[in-house]
Design a protein around this ligand. Structure first.
Ligand SMILES: NC(=O)c1ccc[n+]([C@@H]2O[C@H](COP(=O)([O-])OP(=O)(O)OC[C@H]3O[C@@H](n4cnc5c(N)ncnc54)[C@H](OP(=O)(O)O)[C@@H]3O)[C@@H](O)[C@H]2O)c1
Length: 302
């Protein structure tokens, strides 16, 4: 049994431009509702519970929160919850917002933002979060948008002081290179985890070689995606978790962190107990034997 410290700093830190973050953060997509994110019939999460998760996260050393204006349910908005729970914001807290995808006020998906709509998307995040600038903004690609035009607009907003640092999400290596020719990119955010999207392995390593952070999402949910971790756990992951006296979700986070010092995880949860487990994963040491076995699971699941 390993002793597990509940302190996000135990997993080390990384510099996103001039902003230092602990490598274990928090994804805000799960805060507005229970169950499947974006589901029309999703039950709004208890407001006090969501606020408790955010405040506890910061107490545990989390200083990197991933959010978006399009993370909302019928009654809850992730950005509004963050604003209510955490403003006035601690100096060391880094909030990352994504722009590109859009939903109408009833939650229906709209066409992704055109270049001309991106300023409005950035300003909506600023209003909801109650800030004058955003620390980090991702261009969350939706397929048809152009890096040159969309990322170019965000680069102008960065020059204008509305954005501190830029990032790309759902991006290919070619997208990253194209964006980097326009402005510095501090981070890539793509789906990736143990046994999930192994086709990202090389890109994860390539980002590390360039000093660009890689922020995986669906690290716990895997193929369950927006529905969450719905599949049964892999027996090998379960066995390693039992040997450490931790949960499979913690093993998944520890494995992702082990992929490189530039990998920053943002497990999504609105559950106070899961939050503590996730932060505790920062202090979990996997043995060389664990890693060999987990890497074999990763390769076999592709
Ligand atoms: N760029 C993009 O396109 C994109 C897409 C999706 C997500 N994201 C971002 O990435 C973040 C992470 O993704 P995610 O939230 O989908 O997936 P995740 O972190 O892989 O998994 C979240 C799911 O696992 C559950 N969970 C969390 N911690 C757990 C634990 N310790 N034990 C058991 N179950 C646990 C959550 O339910 P509970 O709430 O019950 O804990 C939820 O169902 C999001 O919150 C969001 O900020 C970005």
């Amino acid at each position: 049994m390993v002793s597990v410290r509940v302190d996000a700093a135990a997993g080390g830190s990384w510099k996103l431009g001039d902003l230092t973050v602990n490598r274990i953060g928090l994804g805000a997509m799960r805060l507005p509702q229970y169950g499947q994110a974006f589901a029309a019939d999703a039950v709004p999460r208890d407001r006090g519970e969501a606020v408790q998760v955010l405040r506890r996260a910061v107490e545990l050393g989390v200083n990197h929160i991933d959010t978006a204006a399009f993370y909302f349910s019928r009654l809850r908005s992730a950005n509004e919850l963050i604003n209510f729970a955490l403003a006035p914001y601690p100096d060391e807290l880094v909030i990352a917002a994504k722009v590109g995808p859009r939903r109408d006020r009833s939650g229906n998906w709209l066409e992704p933002a055109t270049p001309g709509q991106l300023r409005g998307e950035v300003e909506e995040n600023l209003r909801q979060l109650g800030r004058d600038h955003l620390d980090l903004v991702y261009l969350r690609r939706s397929g048809r948008d152009s890096i040159a035009e969309h990322f170019g607009v965000l680069a102008e907003l960065r020059e204008a002081g509305l954005i501190r640092h830029l990032e790309v999400s759902n991006a290919t290596p070619a997208d990253l290179a194209e964006a980097q020719a326009i402005a510095p990119v501090v981070c890539v955010q793509n789906p990736y985890g143990l046994g999930h999207r192994g086709n990202q392995d090389e890109f994860v390593d390539a980002c590390g070689a360039q000093g660009v952070a890689f922020v995986p999402f669906f690290t716990i949910a895997g193929a369950g995606r927006e529905a969450g971790a719905t599949a049964g756990e892999h027996p090998e992951v379960g066995a390693i978790a039992r040997a450490h006296g931790v949960t499979p979700a913690q093993i998944r986070l520890a494995w992702a962190l082990h992929r490189g010092p530039h990998v920053l995880v943002i497990p999504g949860t609105g559950d106070p107990d899961h939050l503590v487990d996730n932060v505790a994963a920062a202090g979990l040491s996997l043995t060389p034997d664990d890693l060999t076995r987990l890497d074999a699971v990763h390769r076999a699941e592709q």
